[in-house]
Design a protein around this ligand. Structure first.
Ligand code: AMP
Length: 110
């Protein structure tokens, strides 16, 4: 089985600057940004997706961390996306929040 790429980033095996970090969560820039600012907010512990998250406190902290990471990146207006499952566009099977900002967003999303 392929090692989880976000676990490898969390461990430091793939050198990645963190724009936010605490004991449970890290945030870093998406490698293929879809907006001028595109951050990923990731729990250090491996959780496959939102559907597998069994810790409501962690989910709250992820959202709070996304707000902090957005503020640190200078964003006052932003979109948070959690793709869950292949049909929703989830490609990395480690729970993450996308924080997108720096341009006007369209709705509905594709
Ligand atoms: P999703 O498609 O919602 O699962 O989002 C996964 C995101 O991870 C995509 O936007 C990818 O561009 C991003 N990604 C994949 N590998 C890396 C990496 N090594 N560093 C930063 N972002 C990555």
């Amino acid at each position: 089985m392929q090692p989880c790429i976000f676990c490898r980033i969390v461990e430091g095996a793939i050198p990645t600057p963190f724009v936010y970090k605490d004991d449970e969560i890290v945030a870093f820039s998406d490698i293929q940004p879809q907006a001028p600012v595109h951050l990923l907010v990731v729990p250090r512990r491996h959780v496959g997706s939102l559907n597998e998250a069994d810790d409501d406190m962690l989910l709250g902290r992820l959202l709070a961390s996304a707000r902090k990471a957005a503020a640190q990146a200078g964003l006052e207006q932003y979109r948070i996306v959690v793709n869950t499952g292949a049909d929703a566009g989830q490609s990395v099977l480690h729970l993450h929040l996308h924080v997108l900002g720096g341009r006007v967003m369209a709705w509905p999303p594709g």
